[in-house]
Design a protein around this ligand. Structure first.
Ligand SMILES: [Zn+2]
Length: 163
């Protein structure tokens, strides 16, 4: 228990934070789509929900929006909306979910999740019922690299169109 506590405190301070810059463009969890004004948009590797993206705050290690200045907050929210509009326009989901949790990586990031009437958890949150801490591993839907690229290209195209 004591160990878990100190690990959490270290995470909060940014030690070993995998979401701080410099950040890998692509890894087993994500592929970079675009750098926005104050954040970077990534396609999540698990594509159970087509177009599932992550938006990660870039300038420094902050664990919650309450720590941001007014300007940083406004710019981040504009990035979030811009990303969401591009995803929605590119993929035409029925609805969009937004989640900012940070329980395992406490560095500001948003999950932007397109929802479809045919998705397995339609009318429910995406997380509930998934095995705790294994949600990114169990039933993960990895795509062939070319399919990731098609989704990335579609989102990049709409981002550019809506600049
Ligand atoms: Zn960080």
């Amino acid at each position: 228990m004591k160990n878990q506590q100190s690990t959490w405190d270290e995470f909060v301070q940014g030690e070993g934070c995998s979401l701080c810059q410099p950040r890998e463009q692509n890894n087993e969890y994500r592929r970079e789509i675009a750098q926005l004004a104050i954040s970077t948009l990534y396609l999540f590797a698990d594509q159970r929900f087509r177009g599932y993206c992550l938006l990660i705050f870039d300038p420094y290690h902050a664990t919650g929006i309450e720590q941001l200045t007014e300007d940083e907050y406004n710019v981040l929210m504009k990035d979030l909306r811009r990303a969401a509009q591009a995803i929605r326009f590119a993929l035409n989901p029925a609805h969009m979910n937004y989640e900012s949790l940070g329980n395992s990586s406490p560095h500001i990031h948003w999950h932007i999740i397109p929802r479809y009437k045919h998705d397995r958890r339609w009318e429910q949150p995406i997380w509930e019922g998934w095995a705790q801490r294994n949600e990114f591993v169990v039933n993960r839907l990895a795509l062939p690299e070319q399919e990731y690229q098609e989704i990335i290209d579609a989102i990049r195209f709409t981002l550019k169109e809506r600049e």
